[in-house]
Design a protein around this ligand. Structure first.
Ligand SMILES: [Zn+2]
Ligand SMILES: [Zn+2]
Length: 398
């Protein structure tokens, strides 16, 4: 036992020391899973050869695995022709519940209750023997035959144990493929509690009810360990909880994401509509003229930079604040789309004070109501720079 604890401690230290720091949930899961495996291995290693009663410690059993024990049921009786009948099966027909695994032999008593001889559930403390007869006296070894159902296995075992039964055979109330392990809280009662199939229970009951004296033995059969049981239960629980938590987090995240996205799209849509209407207002403010200027303009200004066509006398020409000129029909759609001069990138909205910083105004902002001298100067400078660039470019080309 001491050795086992030391090994466990070493495993724990190794786990703590050897693993990189993880998030709290992952660490707990890994640790618990690892501990369960380690404990199971240890349990298997240290399991004594004759280990019939060594596993009743509640803590150990819960932490390790499911030990199971099957039981043979052999019985004999003298029939009406005075012939001794012995019934033995080649395989186990019963299974021990939680608690002690004992070999017992005794007279089979089909339980009834004080007020109903056909009630063989043993769910009340007022139980009687076969067909309402008194139970055997103290000192006589007897085994109770009880039907499954109506109350817990714990209650049934407790009630027959009160009357000093050496064993109890609980038979299924319906047909089953496999015998399950009965859950019994008090595991230290000196009684062999087994569960069996419905057919066997009914056969025994009918034999005893005929008044035949049946002697039955409960004998320990195959035993084994389901090493995965405990691990399964723990890991399945952890995996399920983790999965559910993950699902909830994902769902919440998804909902938040779509709400944010929806709000963002709405804001963007509103902004672009605002921008469009403001741009239209700004365009209205840009002066126009008709026809080609015949004064000092050089060759560059004689054609529209967007459609590369010369201005005709009937054309309506828009003159941007930077003094760049374009066909009205060419520049207006461009401005609605880009809001800047295609030549020098002058921001028309900023120039007229519809946009200050990131703020869009439906009317020119107070300080921009009339374009200031500085703005005009800046625009003129930008225009000059653009003209120079264009001139240089033209010079290079020619
Ligand atoms: Zn044009
Ligand atoms: Zn310009």
């Amino acid at each position: 036992m001491y050795c086992q604890e030391m090994l466990l401690l070493a495993c724990l230290l190794l786990l703590l020391g050897g693993q990189p720091p993880l998030t709290s949930t992952t660490t707990t899961t890994t640790l618990v899973a690892a501990m369960t495996i380690a404990n199971q291995d240890l349990e298997r290693y240290f399991r004594p050869a004759n280990a019939t009663h060594s596993y009743t410690s509640i803590g150990e059993e819960r932490l390790t695995m499911d030990f199971y024990n099957f039981a043979f049921l052999n019985w004999s009786y003298v029939d009406s022709q005075n012939i001794i009948r012995e019934i033995e099966f080649s395989e186990e027909k019963a299974r021990y519940g939680e608690g002690r695994v004992l070999n017992v032999t005794g007279r089979l008593i089909h339980i009834s209750t004080a007020d109903d001889i056909s009630d063989d559930f043993a769910c009340t403390p007022y139980i009687r023997g076969t067909l309402g007869m008194p139970l055997p006296e103290k000192g006589v070894s007897w085994i109770a035959l009880v039907r499954r159902g109506r109350c817990t296995f714990e209650d049934k075992v407790k009630h027959v144990h009160q009357y000093n039964a050496a064993g109890v055979i609980i038979y299924n109330d319906k047909q089953v493929m496999q015998l399950e392990k009965m859950q019994i809280k008090n595991k230290n009662r000196n009684i062999a509690a087994v569960i069996t199939y419905q057919a066997i229970g009914l056969e025994l009951a009918s034999t005893v009810d005929k008044g035949i004296n049946v002697t039955i033995s409960i004998i320990e059969g195959r035993r084994g360990v389901r090493s995965v049981s405990s691990l399964n239960r723990t890991s399945v629980l952890f995996v399920s909880i983790s999965f559910i938590v993950l699902m909830i987090i994902s769902l919440v995240w998804l909902i938040f994401y779509y709400i944010q996205r929806f709000r963002y799209m709405q804001a963007k849509d509103q902004q672009s509509r605002n921008l469009c209407s403001v741009t239209k207002k700004a365009i209205m403010k840009i002066p126009t003229k008709t026809g080609k200027m015949t004064d000092e303009k050089d060759m560059d200004s004689d054609c529209c930079a967007i459609c590369i066509e010369s201005y005709k006398p009937a054309d309506i020409i828009r003159i941007l604040p930077c003094k760049h000129e374009f066909h009205k029909n060419c520049i207006d759609p461009w401005l609605i789309e880009h809001r800047t001069c295609p030549m020098c990138k002058l921001d028309v909205l900023k120039f007229y004070g519809y946009v200050v910083g990131d703020q869009i105004y439906q009317t020119p902002s107070p300080q921009h109501n009339a374009p200031s001298a500085a703005a005009t100067t800046a625009a003129a400078a930008a225009a000059a720079a653009a003209t120079t660039t264009t001139a240089t470019a033209t010079g290079r080309v020619s």
